[in-house]
Ligand binder design. Structure first.
Ligand code: NAD
Ligand code: MG
Length: 392
């Protein structure tokens, strides 16, 4: 039987790789829906190639242009609810939207009782409790695409008793600035921040990797996915049991240490196609190898502790995660504003944690029990972050 796939954020790094993965197994998977934010030419190009049933564009103003240029017979969705509507049409929806804008996709897919292959970590981080409730919809299933969490998901399958999970180790490449002092970091450029040593990704997550905010967000993501009490794959752990270890080769994608001292790791060469295929095929295995290691050529695996003072974003994320409520939503929104400000040339790289910290100082302590609270938190944090940004 063919599994149908919807791709939200199809024009981005995750979206394009998902199309390639599906194209490799046409007898097993078929793309039936594509959605993008604004890159119309790319979206039309993709639609001509894969002939989906539905195409969605967040940018309403370009609907007419889209309908003129799309091949006949493809349904068009546009406007604010377009992406959410798209997330209910296929067996699996890959959420490759960047940032908080991915939240409607995450919620709509889970509420429809479908499988969500989640790359968009920001939605889970900002709306943790709301997403947890949506995950309880009959039939709903969340399989992580983020490589570290796909690794943990695999490592946790070696276990049947959540109480025996002792620690989760998230690996981090360390990004382009690993080993630099705070003084050296004061003058890094946009080009340097965008030159990741082991992964080729969209600009926002690449900058997040350079500040270690990406790893901080992933700590919160791991707690949401696997921590008590939510973790369906099961681990009775919290932030105190989630570690970050720098591993520059990006071969070990993360590890689980059990009560008996065993550490189980997942290894492969760095490519997002493997976790994308994993999320499509789970509980089966994807039939094609991406990133398989030639062990006769394998080099060394190095590990070191992260430099928490030169990269303060990591601990800002731990702190927000531990506070809970809407603090992670504030953190993630402030980070989006700060990173955008950096990419636009308004602030320096070293200002990113400062903008976030100053925004978090205004955090109002609200809980995240419903969607309205999360949306309000996102707006408030953005407002403060823009204000801090404009004063720098
Ligand atoms: P990207 O910038 O390459 O692509 C983002 C996609 O989202 C584009 O298709 C864009 O059109 C769409 N989009 C942006 N704003 C939108 C909006 N308002 N409404 C609808 N669509 C919108 O980003 P990416 O690197 O592919 O990352 C996507 C997500 O996956 C992020 O959350 C990122 O953290 C996560 N992720 C990416 C990688 C990777 O290797 N790229 C790895 C792990 C996790
Ligand atoms: Mg990751």
């Amino acid at each position: 039987m063919v599994t149908t796939v919807a791709i939200a954020g199809s024009t981005g790094s995750i979206g394009v790789q998902t199309l390639e993965v599906v194209a490799d197994t046409p007898e097993d998977y078929r793309v039936v829906a594509l959605a993008a934010g604004s890159r119309l030419d790319d979206l039309i190009d993709q639609a001509e190639r894969v002939r989906p049933e539905v195409v969605a564009l967040a940018d309403e103003s370009r609907r007419n242009e889209l309908s003129e240029r799309l091949p006949a017979g493809i349904e068009i969705l546009s406007g604010p609810s377009a992406l959410a509507d798209l997330a209910t049409v296929a067996d699996v929806t890959v959420n490759g939207v960047v940032g908080f804008a991915g939240l409607p996709v995450t919620l709509a897919c889970l509420h429809a009782g479908k499988r969500l292959a989640l790359a968009n970590k920001e939605s889970l981080i900002a709306a943790g409790p709301v997403v947890q409730r949506a995950r309880r919809t009959p039939g709903a299933e969340l399989v992580p695409v983020d490589s570290e969490h796909a690794a943990l998901h695999q490592c946790l399958r070696a276990n049947t008793n959540p109480a025996r999970v002792a620690r989760l180790q998230l690996t981090a490449s360390g990004g382009p600035f690993r080993g630099r002092s705070s003084q050296e970091l004061a003058k890094v450029t946009i080009e340097e921040a965008l030159a990741h040593p082991t992964w080729s990704m969209g600009p926002k997550i690449t900058v997040d990797s350079s500040t270690l905010m990406n790893k901080g967000l992933e700590v919160i993501e791991a707690n949401e996915l696997f921590g008590a009490p939510a973790g369906e794959a099961g681990a009775h752990i919290g932030f105190d049991q989630i570690d970050v270890v720098v591993h520059p080769q990006s071969i070990i994608h993360s590890m689980v240490t059990y009560a008996d001292g065993s550490t189980i790791a997942q290894l492969s060469n760095p490519t997002m196609k493997l976790p994308i295929g994993y999320a499509l095929a789970y509980p089966d295995r994807f039939p094609i190898s991406y990133g398989g290691i030639d062990w006769s050529q394998a080099g060394r695996l190095d590990f070191e502790a992260p430099d928490r003072s030169a990269f303060p974003c990591l601990d800002l994320a731990y702190e927000a995660g531990r506070v809970g409520g809407t603090a992670p939503a504030w953190l993630s929104a402030a980070n989006e504003v700060a990173v955008e400000g950096f990419l636009q040339g308004h602030v320096r790289w070293a200002d990113i944690p400062i903008v976030i910290e100053e925004t978090m100082a205004k955090y109002d302590g609200q809980d995240a029990e419903n969607l309205d609270a999360v949306l309000t938190a996102d707006l408030s944090a953005r407002k403060y972050a823009e204000m801090v940004l404009s004063q720098r």
